[in-house]
Structures are given as structure tokens and as C-alpha cells.
Design a protein around this ligand. Structure first.
Ligand code: 5GP
Ligand code: ZN
Length: 120
């Protein structure tokens, strides 16, 4: 990861990255931190976040897209290490109508159950 990262003192997920709030680590590298969701919505529910504060998908730009690409490389690695050969769903809620509750860009990996075709 070439770009230096910026973490916010008042952001829950930035504080998790810094180790100020405990989490169950699944994977991390220079760009990405991945941990178990505290309120899982599927047998496997992992949050993948960039180690750089970006509010949401609405704030992705040419300047910070390297962080996002890194998250997706990590998602593929996590899918392999977690044994998600039968499939998984990746979701990112952006903004109020989508139900985003933590304003640090995150990708939910959901797996371990047959998901219905509602919404997507
Ligand atoms: P959103 O609703 O913004 O798409 O997703 C936020 C997710 O963060 C939720 O699924 C919620 O359960 C999870 N979450 C909120 N606070 C914590 C926490 O302190 N630790 C962990 N591991 N997950 C959290
Ligand atoms: Zn943050």
C-alpha cells in the first residue's frame, strides 16, 4: 500500500483498526482489516474495511480507490481461507436509506446459508 493512511479518533471502525476496541480478527494486511460482525446475520458474517477512513461508497474516488481495490483482493483471500466455495454475498450499505450505521466504508461478507433472491 503506497498511500499513507488516515484514521479518525471518533470513528468506531478506525478505533477497531487501532486496537482501541476489541474485535475478532479474521485477516489483515497493509490495506485491509477484516473481523467478525458483532451481530451476525449469517453463519459467516465478516466485515472488511480499509485501513484508511472513507465514509462510504459515495466517497470513493480516483485518489482513494487503491484502498477499495485492496479490500476486494482481501475478500477473495478470505473467501478461500474461510472455505466459502459454495458462495458468498458482498454488501456495502451507503447512506441513510440503505441503513448504513457505521460511517466507515465496509463490505459485509455473508455466507454459510442459502440466501434468497430478495433485493439482489
Ligand atoms: P451497516 O449497518 O453500517 O451496514 O453495518 C455495520 C455493522 O457493524 C453491523 O452489521 C453491526 O453489527 C456491526 N458492528 C457495529 N458495532 C460493532 C462492533 O463494535 N464490533 C463489531 N465486530 N461489529 C460491529
Ligand atoms: Zn473510520
Amino acid at each position: 500500500m503506497s498511500a499513507s493512511n488516515c484514521l479518525k479518533d471518533d470513528c468506531l471502525f478506525c478505533r477497531i483498526i487501532k486496537g482501541e476496541i476489541p474485535s475478532t480478527l479474521v485477516y489483515q494486511d497493509d490495506c485491509t482489516y477484516a473481523f467478525r460482525d458483532i451481530n451476525p446475520q449469517a453463519p459467516t458474517h465478516i466485515l472488511v474495511i480499509p485501513k484508511n477512513h472513507i465514509d462510504s461508497c459515495a466517497d470513493i474516488s480516483e485518489e482513494n480507490s487503491e484502498w477499495v481495490a485492496g479490500c476486494f483482493v482481501s475478500i477473495a483471500k478470505i473467501a478461500a481461507s474461510e472455505g466459502l466455495e459454495k458462495g458468498f454475498r458482498v454488501i456495502s450499505n451507503s447512506g441513510e436509506d440503505a441503513g448504513q450505521t457505521v460511517k466507515h466504508l465496509h463490505f459485509h461478507i455473508l455466507a454459510g446459508t442459502k440466501m434468497d433472491e430478495g433485493l439482489i
